[in-house]
Ligand binder design. Structure first.
Ligand code: FNR
Length: 190
């Protein structure tokens, strides 16, 4: 497969938690600090989006219009999510549903993506991570298979300034980012 030269790739980061002290948000911020100059990341808010109702397609909420337009500006996607009851939180699924319609304008279509799941629990939010992968088949996000990143024990990874200090997780995220850059280069559709 041909590889595109990589520079100034705009990355939309969607965080599946709205909580102020969210571990997922802390991992998103740590990841942004670890990114090379090739990636330009931006956390895109999703909490403002009305719950998906197909009737609204006839009279679009401004928040939906803005969100759909915003996602189209990005080259690639990065999802960082907790697990709610062994799946992704509703707020994240809602954002994906809002972006996916109308079908001919599915904003996710063909944008390379990757997933990190984070939980204070022990199972690394595997269920959320894999339900997201299943949804990405439907919205056509080519999703990076490896390295899989399931981060458990999230309570113990940060210092009192919310800095990620766990060396093994920092190393894992560095590996993840190297793979993610090459995943984008291989899968980007110009
Ligand atoms: C949870 N939590 C949770 N954790 C997990 O590992 N597996 C799960 O299935 C669930 N289910 C679940 C359901 C609901 C409704 C809530 C509110 C929480 C715990 C969850 O991982 C924890 O609250 C995290 O702190 C959420 O992520 P943020 O907000 O810290 O990013």
């Amino acid at each position: 497969m041909e590889t595109e030269p990589m520079e100034n790739m705009k990355i939309a980061i969607l965080v599946g938690s709205l909580r102020k002290e969210s571990y997922n948000l802390k991992i998103a911020n740590a990841l942004i600090k670890l990114m090379s100059g090739k990636l330009i990341p931006e956390i895109v808010p999703i909490g403002q989006l009305q719950l998906y109702n197909q009737d609204f397609e006839d009279n679009l909420p401004t928040e939906w219009i803005d969100f759909r337009k915003k996602i189209k500006e990005f080259d690639a996607l990065l999802f960082i999510t907790p697990e709610y009851n062994r799946s992704m939180p509703a707020v994240l699924k809602n954002a994906i549903d809002v972006g996916s319609r109308p079908l001919a304008n599915n904003v996710w279509n063909e944008k390379p993506g990757a997933i990190i799941s984070v939980t204070p629990g022990r199972l690394g939010a595997f269920g959320a991570n894999h339900h997201l992968r299943q949804t990405f088949m439907a919205v056509n996000i080519p999703t990076m298979p490896q390295p899989e990143v399931y981060i458990g024990g999230a309570k113990n990874l940060f210092d009192s300034n919310n800095e990620l200090v766990d060396k093994s997780i920092i190393e894992l995220l560095e590996k993840f980012l190297a793979a993610y850059e090459s995943w984008i280069a291989k899968n980007i559709v110009k």
